[in-house]
Ligand binder design. Structure first.
Ligand code: F6P
Length: 537
C-alpha cells in the first residue's frame, strides 16, 4: 500500500502548480469527473485530480481493502475492535426481511418492532391521544448531546417544510443558559421531554434532564408521565422513573454519531411524522445500495472519500469547508464535525502503531450566502488553500420565492468558478486602469485585487431537500467517513479522545466548590481556578 501513497505524492509533486482550469481543455472533463446517484450530481471536476490521480486513488482504495471491509461492516462483523462491537447503523434502515446477523441472531426484526413502537407513540402524540396534564402536546424538548442531538437537530431544521407535528426544540449544552432559554415561554403542562442518551450517563444530558423535570414539577403533578427516553440502558431509564412504554431502546452496535436513523430520531419523527421519517430512512437505504453495488469510479461515497484523501493527505490542505447553499442545512457543518472528526481524528492505526499519514481534516463551514460576507475573503485570497464542498438544491420549497432561489444558485456556482479561475494581476490592472488609476498607485491597488485562483472545490447538487434526499446525503457522508477511515487504517467507530477531558472535569468540580485543594494542578489551571473562586467581581 505504501507505494500507492508514494505514487500519489510523486504524481502530485509533478502537477501541483498546474491550473485546474487547463484540465477543461479536455472537453468532456465535467462529465468524466462527476458522478450521479439517481438525480443527485457530485461534481469534482474543479479539482486537480486527473486521470492518473483518479486511477491511483482508486487503486489505493482497492489495496486498502475498502470492498472487503464494507462487506464486513454490512455483515455485522465486529469492526469496531477497540470496543468489541459491530457497526450496524445501516441495519437501522434495512428493509424488513433482510437478515443482519450479530452473534448468531438476526437483528432486523427487533429494529422494525422498535420503529413500529416509535411510529405508534409519535402518532399518539401528534393526534392528541397522548396528552400532557394541560392537553395535547404542543412542544417537544429533546435533551441529548453529541450524536444524541446533532443528527436529529440538524435534520429537524433541514426538513422544516415537512413539519406537521408539535414544535420540536433541542437542549444539549450543560450551560444552564441553554435549557433556560428553551423552556422560557413553553407550557410545561403541554410539553413532552425526550431524554436521549445512548449511555444514559452523560453528565450534560442527565443534568439538563433533572432541570427539565424540576421545571415541569412546578406545574405538573406527575412529570415523569410527560417524559420519554431513548437509550441502550433500560435499567437506567427505569431508575430515572420513565415508564417502559415510553422507552425506546437500541443496541451498542449503533455508534452515537450514527444513531439518528433509529430511536434517537424520535424527535424528528414527531416533527415530520412516521411517513416522513420512513422517507428519510429510504434515502439512506438508497445510498447504502449504491455504496454496495456501484463500481468505485461511480460510487459517490468512495469518490467523496478519495477527493478528501487527495486534498488532505496528498495535497496537504488541512481543513475542508462545507458550504451548503441551503439555509435549512445550516447545522450540517456542525453535524459533520462530529461525524468526521470524532470518527477519523485519530493518531493510532488499528494495530496500535502510529498512523503513517495525517488523520482526517478539520471540517468547518456555514451556509452560503452568509459565509460569503464573512470568511470567504480568506478562502479566496488567504495564503492557505481551503478545499470547499458546496451543496445546492435545484429547487427550493418556496415557489413564490423562485427568484431568490435563482440568486442563491448563481452565487453558489459563481463561488466555485471564482475559486478555480481567480483573477490575474494583468486582469486586475486592466480593471483598475479603466477606473483611472496610473503608475505606482495602479500597480499597488491592482495587487490587492488579485485572486490566485486554482483553488479546488466540489459541488453536490440535488433536486430538492426532501426527507429522501436528506437521507441520501447523510448516508453518503457516513460512508465517506468509513472509506476514509479504512484507507487511513484507523478505527472510525471509537472515540477515546473525548475521555480525558471528561475525567478532568469531574476532578475539577470539588476544587471549584472549594472542597478540595488545587495544589496538584499546573500553574495555569490553579490561576484560573483562583479567578473563578475568588469573591471579587
Ligand atoms: O463524549 C462523546 C460522546 O460519547 C459521543 O460520541 C456521543 O454522541 C455523545 O457523547 C453523547 O453520548 P450519549 O448518547 O451516551 O449521551
Amino acid at each position: 500500500m505504501g507505494n500507492k501513497w508514494q505514487a500519489l505524492k510523486d504524481h502530485h509533486a509533478g502537477i501541483q502548480d498546474r491550473p485546474i482550469l487547463s484540465l477543461f481543455d479536455q472537453p468532456d472533463r465535467a462529465h468524466r469527473f462527476s458522478a450521479r446517484a439517481a438525480a443527485m450530481l457530485f461534481d469534482y471536476s474543479k479539482t486537480n485530480i486527473d486521470d492518473t490521480a483518479k486511477r491511483l486513488l482508486i487503486e489505493l482504495a482497492e489495496v486498502s481493502g475498502v470492498a472487503e471491509k464494507r462487506a464486513a461492516m454490512f455483515g455485522g462483523a465486529k469492526i469496531n475492535d477497540t470496543e468489541g462491537r459491530a457497526v450496524l447503523h445501516t441495519a437501522l434502515r434495512a428493509p424488513e426481511g433482510v437478515q443482519v446477523m450479530v452473534d448468531g441472531a438476526d437483528v432486523v426484526p427487533a429494529i422494525h418492532a422498535t420503529l413500529a413502537r416509535m411510529g405508534a407513540f409519535a402518532e399518539d402524540v401528534r393526534q392528541g391521544r397522548f396528552t400532557g396534564q394541560g392537553g395535547a402536546i404542543t412542544d417537544v424538548i429533546n435533551i441529548g448531546i453529541g450524536g444524541s442531538d446533532l443528527g436529529p437537530a440538524m435534520a429537524t431544521l433541514a426538513l422544516a417544510p415537512y413539519h406537521d407535528g408539535p414544535r420540536v426544540h433541542y437542549v444539549s449544552n450543560v450551560d444552564g443558559a441553554h435549557v433556560a432559554d428553551v423552556v422560557k415561554g413553553l407550557d410545561p403542562t403541554t410539553t413532552l421531554v425526550i431524554v436521549a442518551s445512548k449511555t444514559f450517563t452523560t453528565i450534560e444530558t442527565m443534568t439538563n434532564a433533572e432541570t427539565a423535570r424540576k421545571w415541569m414539577a412546578a406545574k405538573v403533578a406527575n412529570p415523569a408521565a410527560q417524559f420519554a427516553a431513548v437509550s441502550t440502558a433500560a435499567d437506567k431509564t427505569a431508575a430515572f422513573g420513565i415508564d417502559a412504554s415510553r422507552v425506546f431502546g437500541f443496541e451498542d452496535w449503533v455508534g452515537g454519531r450514527y444513531s439518528m436513523w433509529g430511536p434517537i430520531g424520535l424527535a424528528l419523527m414527531l416533527a415530520v411524522g412516521p411517513d416522513g421519517f420512513e422517507d428519510f430512512l429510504a434515502g439512506g437505504r438508497d445510498m447504502d445500495e449504491r455504496f454496495l453495488s456501484e463500481p468505485f469510479e461511480e460510487n459517490l461515497p468512495v469518490l467523496l472519500a478519495l477527493v478528501g484523501i487527495w486534498h488532505n493527505q496528498i495535497c496537504g490542505f488541512t481543513t475542508r469547508a462545507v458550504l451548503p447553499y441551503d439555509q435549512r442545512l445550516s447545522r450540517l457543518p456542525a453535524y459533520l464535525q462530529q461525524l468526521e472528526m470524532e470518527s477519523n481524528g485519530k493518531s493510532v492505526a488499528m494495530d496500535g502503531s502510529a498512523l503513517p499519514t495525517h488523520s482526517g481534516p478539520v471540517v468547518w463551514g456555514e451556509p452560503g450566502t452568509n459565509g460569503q460576507h464573512a470568511f470567504y475573503q480568506l478562502i479566496h485570497q488567504g495564503t492557505r488553500v481551503v478545499p470547499c464542498e458546496f451543496l445546492v438544491a435545484k429547487r427550493g420549497h418556496e415557489p413564490d420565492l423562485a427568484h431568490q432561489h435563482l440568486l442563491l444558485v448563481s452565487n453558489c456556482l459563481a463561488q466555485s468558478e471564482a475559486l478555480m479561475r481567480g483573477r490575474s494581476l494583468a486582469e486586475a490592472t486592466a480593471i483598475m486602469a479603466k477606473k483611472g488609476l496610473t503608475g505606482d498607485e495602479l500597480d499597488r491597488q491592482a495587487r490587492h485585487r488579485v485572486f490566485p485562483g486554482n483553488r479546488p472545490s466540489t459541488t453536490l447538487a440535488y433536486p430538492k431537500l426532501t426527507p429522501f434526499t436528506l437521507g441520501q446525503i447523510i448516508a453518503l457522508y457516513e460512508h465517506r467517513v468509513f472509506v476514509e477511515g479504512v484507507i487511513l487504517g484507523l478505527n472510525s467507530y471509537d472515540q477515546w479522545g473525548v475521555e480525558l477531558g471528561k475525567e478532568l472535569a469531574l476532578a475539577l468540580q470539588p476544587m471549584l466548590e472549594g472542597r478540595q485543594s488545587a495544589a496538584s494542578k499546573d500553574g495555569s489551571t490553579r490561576a484560573l481556578l483562583d479567578y473563578m473562586t475568588t469573591s471579587a467581581a
